[in-house]
Design a protein around this ligand. Structure first.
Ligand SMILES: Cc1cc2nc3c(=O)[nH]c(=O)nc-3n(C[C@H](O)[C@H](O)[C@H](O)COP(=O)(O)OP(=O)(O)OC[C@H]3O[C@@H](n4cnc5c(N)ncnc54)[C@H](O)[C@@H]3O)c2cc1C
Length: 416
């Protein structure tokens, strides 16, 4: 059976791999010349099972009011005359209700746990190297209010089977001595042993090579422009002006997914949320952390990827623009330099930004659609690396008509 996978980011490459493992005859199309050149390219590197919490937190509406006009706000809405942006934003905010917040967190957590076990199996099978650090994640907080909120989430995680320990500042530094010289005023932290980090771009490139060995064909510089379809199925895709026929089609085009589903009259509440990363060559080796860090106060995540320290963060809802904003890049750079002074020369940092494909309820959209041979694997927002293997394994099993480890209907687009 011939399957076309649209998109070769971490979601598309993992989808192609798991489909090929099941014997499907897979071709992947991507408009870029190489795999993982868009959002997967330079993300924060965290595989953070312990962070299944949607960004539409119950206190987000109040926070947004406080952040109005602040250039350094961690999340900014730059509302434009785009009805899709308004509709998505209202839906996103409506998911801040506590009941929705915990229901969505539970769905993401189940997928993250499944994904972690799929990643472990995959690495054992393929033996890939991608600067993996299986040392957990330390989350740092500042002040009583953040401590209380962190403790509430830690309780929820522990009740749901994910160990997360609360630590004092001294205990945090004991665990990660590179924080000893920190200029940050963090007052404590949490430690989640299940978490890890690694280079998503390296992983996708290596998995692409493994998928080729299984017979997957990758067609690059190949922009998917549209479809030929009936009311019940897709007949072909149009790529660089030419038509290609397959039995089944899987959409993994990240932030650009809605641009393609709208051609098929499938409503998909996925919108881009821009974020920034800086990659700093490590000079003071003993000053660089080994454990991945989440700086909760500045909303920045930090991962050691070989001889590079990657820091990523901030969120900007500003349409599809990938124009960099130097102030927001500097927010990320300043946060990492404050935590790890002397780790490297900030002038040598490589700056990058990408668009997180965010669904309105922060839960990925995986599964069938109203067109019987057209499937979705998209909307992974800030957790696409963490959730990639599990999402792809789940969808491949579903397409194959096999029993799925999780109830895939929880991730279906019909929920909107
Ligand atoms: C600053 C930042 C930090 C992040 N940190 C983390 C983290 O620490 N941990 C984590 O788990 N996640 C993180 N993420 C999120 C994660 O990077 C994304 O969720 C993930 O990369 C999405 O993968 P994807 O394959 O769905 O999208 P992409 O990587 O964007 O891939 C989509 C592909 O589709 C292709 N495409 C699009 N349209 C077309 C078309 N019409 N025709 C052909 N090809 C097309 C693109 O070229 C692209 O290659 C972060 C994101 C950002 C921006």
């Amino acid at each position: 059976m011939k399957v076309a996978v649209l998109g070769a980011g971490v979601t598309g490459v993992t989808t192609a791999y798991y489909l090929a493992k099941r014997g499907f005859d897979v071709t992947v199309y991507d408009r870029q010349p190489l795999p993982a050149e868009e959002t997967t390219f330079a993300n924060g590197g965290q595989i953070s099972v312990s962070q299944p919490f949607p960004w539409s937190t119950p206190d987000l509406p109040m926070k947004l009011l406080k952040w109005i006009g602040r250039k350094d706000a961690p999340l900014v809405f730059k509302l434009q005359a785009d009805p899709k942006m308004w509709a998505w934003s209202l839906r996103f905010l409506s998911n801040a209700r506590p009941s929705a917040f915990y229901k969505n967190s539970e769905k993401i957590l189940k997928l993250a746990l499944h994904s972690k076990s799929c990643l472990d199996d995959l690495v054992q099978t393929e033996g890939m190297e991608f600067d993996r650090q299986q040392l957990g994640i330390l989350k740092l907080f500042t002040g009583m209010k953040e401590a209380k909120q962190t403790a509430e989430l830690a309780n929820w995680l522990n009740e749901n089977g994910v160990e997360q320990r609360l630590l004092t500042r001294a205990e945090v530094i004991e665990m990660e001595p590179a924080l000893e010289n920190s200029n940050s005023s963090f007052s404590g932290g949490t430690y989640s042993p299940i978490d890890e980090s690694g280079d998503a771009h390296k992983f996708a490139v290596k998995l692409e090579a493994a998928a080729r060995k299984l017979g997957v064909i990758f067609e690059y510089n190949s922009a998917v422009e549209g479809f030929k379809n009936s009311a019940s199925s897709v007949q072909s895709i149009l790529v660089n002006g030419k038509s290609h026929n397959f039995d089944k089609y899987v959409l993994c085009t990240g932030s650009y997914s809605e641009k393609l589903t709208s051609k098929l009259n499938i409503k998909l509440p996925v919108y881009p949320v821009k974020g920034y990363s800086v990659s700093l060559p490590i000079e003071g080796d003993n000053k660089a952390p080994l454990i991945s860090i989440t700086d909760e106060t500045n909303h920045v995540v930090i991962s050691r990827l070989g001889n590079t320290l990657r820091a990523a963060g901030t969120a900007e809802i500003n349409g599809y623009s990938t124009e960099p904003n130097v102030d927001r890049e500097n927010m990320v750079l300043d946060a990492v330099m404050a935590l790890f002074p002397g780790v490297g020369d900030p002038e040598k940092a490589t700056r990058w930004c990408g668009l997180r494909p965010m669904s309105a309820d922060s839960v990925p959209i995986i599964g069938s659609t109203k067109l019987d041979n057209f499937y979705l694997n998209t909307g992974h927002g800030p957790l696409g690396w963490t959730l990639s293997c599990g999402s792809a394994q789940l969808l491949a099993a579903h397409i194959d008509g096999d029993t799925t480890k999780l109830d895939i209907s929880a991730y279906n687009v019909d929920r909107f």
